[in-house]
Design a protein around this ligand. Structure first.
Ligand code: ZN
Length: 468
């Protein structure tokens, strides 16, 4: 048995080669929006997984981009009695068409800033550097104390495109992917620099509504006042979906929303932003009403119905005095825990059918969706994971009951029936999705340390150990 600091020592000794391999990974474009380089990157990851101590790897085909699944078994033996941790990451990256990059996004370079070193390149934070920390942790444990748990790595090739085919990869492999808990690293730590443990995220449903009036644009002088205007009709229809306080009036919209518990409120108190500072920072007149007592209750515990964009008629230079022939809107509904995108879509359709004017024709179509996820704060893994992050990072984390954005992790909770936790490793100011994305090397290293602790913790939970 190696001494307990052998893992940390191994990480420090090998860190330069970990960084070199991360640079190799980042230098492969893998843009799911266009398909550029995605399959080559999946193949590179397959070989990296084997180099880093995984026992098996497979490129799993879907109707879209492939996923990569790899297994690392305790003692190299799947029959060894031990818990399994599923680690999710995504190897696809955002497009880079913006010319504001100071260095080539696919020629990663380390640059110093105020005495701190950062790796610049597309995907350094989102998400290659973060899931690569998981591979490095497996490698360092393998060559020192041994793996404390079986590890299944699931690398999505389409997260930046909404993971539309992730279920195709997961559903037929329930036996292969089954695990005790799933964990992923994505996004930044808290703005204060403290690490974060996130217990879920809101889901999302995109909907398009189109209102069609006259068969072509009409002269507003000859027809205005008599012929129904699709823009007015669309605005009226949207107004019927919300009351004056911002509460959504679609029948049953809030019916399935999971109630807020006392332990949820305790978690919220630790992270609730100062509303006055927020209003000042956003340069708005105030926050709207609606369900939820505070900003975080509104954005994490309740669904929203949000207008993404409206289009109708002429809004360019000059004037074009018309009754437009059509008007359209794209809406996103962010879904709270226990809401089902299919059910919410049916409710929106029923509302539109009941409230649309007979003077125009209204069509509605469904866009992509993702399920919401919330791991209860009293799940047996939450406190041990918090302790592992404290140990790995050197500071105790902020526990966020959910993130307001959307992510595909609910597939693991819903299909595999396991709890999911997110432990981000990125630094707050990282430019993900923007030019000059960069990852702090200190964060990369702490991410590797923390991952080793997370795996050890899951073993301890499994053994009922009180070592923590
Ligand atoms: Zn992203």
């Amino acid at each position: 048995m190696c001494p307990p600091d052998a893992v940390d020592h191994s990480i420090s000794t090998r860190f330069d080669s970990y960084l070199e391999d991360l640079q190799r990974l980042v230098s492969h474009p893998s843009i799911s929006a266009t398909g550029e380089g995605v399959r080559d990157c999946a193949e590179l990851l397959e070989s990296l997984c084997l180099e880093y101590g995984f026992d098996t790897t497979e490129i799993v085909e879907t109707s879209g981009q492939p996923a990569v699944i790899a297994h690392a078994y305790v003692d190299g033996n799947p029959a060894t009695e031990a818990p399994t941790v599923l680690m999710y990451g995504h190897y696809d990256v955002q497009p880079v068409e913006d010319s504001a990059w100071e260095t080539d996004p696919f020629e990663p370079v380390v640059r110093e800033q105020d005495g701190e070193a950062f790796l610049y390149g597309r995907g350094t934070v989102d998400n290659k550097g973060q899931h690569f920390a998981h591979l490095c942790a497996v490698q360092s444990l393998r060559e020192t104390t041994g793996l404390p748990t079986h590890v299944t790595l699931f690398l999505d090739g389409e997260e930046e495109s909404g993971s539309p085919h992730i279920e195709e990869a997961v559903r037929p492999r329930v036996d292969e992917l089954t695990a005790d808990v799933s964990i992923n690293a994505d996004g930044p730590v808290h703005d204060s620099g403290r690490p974060t443990v996130v217990l879920g995220n809101r889901g999302i449903l995109l909907v398009d509504i189109e209102v069609r009036g006259p068969k072509g644009d009409l002269h507003s002088g000859h027809y205005g006042g008599a012929v129904p205007n699709p823009a007015w009709e669309l605005l009226h229809l949207l107004e019927t979906m919300r009351d004056g306080d911002g509460r959504i009036t679609i029948d049953g919209f809030y019916d399935d929303v999971r109630p807020i518990t006392a332990s949820d409120r305790e978690l919220l108190e630790a992270v609730e932003p100062d509303p006055e500072a927020l209003v000042g920072h956003l340069d708005i007149g105030g926050l709207q009403g609606g369900p939820g007592e505070s900003f975080l209750e509104q954005t994490l515990y309740y669904p929203s119905l949000n207008i993404n964009g409206l289009e109708s008629g002429h809004i360019g230079d000059g004037f074009k005095t018309i009754v437009p022939s059509k008007a359209s809107v794209t809406i996103d509904a962010r879904l709270a825990a226990d809401q089902d995108p299919d059910d919410v879509y049916d409710r929106i359709v029923a509302h539109v059918e009941d409230h649309a004017s007979d003077l125009v024709s209204v069509s509605i179509s469904r866009g992509p969706s993702m399920d919401p996820l919330r791991t209860p704060a009293d799940s047996p893994y939450v406190q041990p994971v918090v302790a592992a992050v404290t140990d790995g990072w050197g500071v105790d984390p902020i526990v966020k009951p959910a993130s307001g954005g959307s992510a595909p992790y609910a597939v693991f909770a819903n299909v595999l029936d396991i709890p999911h936790l997110t432990v981000p490793y990125g630094q707050p100011d990282n430019n993900q999705h923007s030019p000059n994305e960069h990852l702090s090397l200190e964060h990369f290293k702490r991410g590797i340390h923390t991952t080793t602790r997370l795996l050890e913790t899951v073993r301890d939970v499994h053994e009922g150990s009180d070592a923590l």
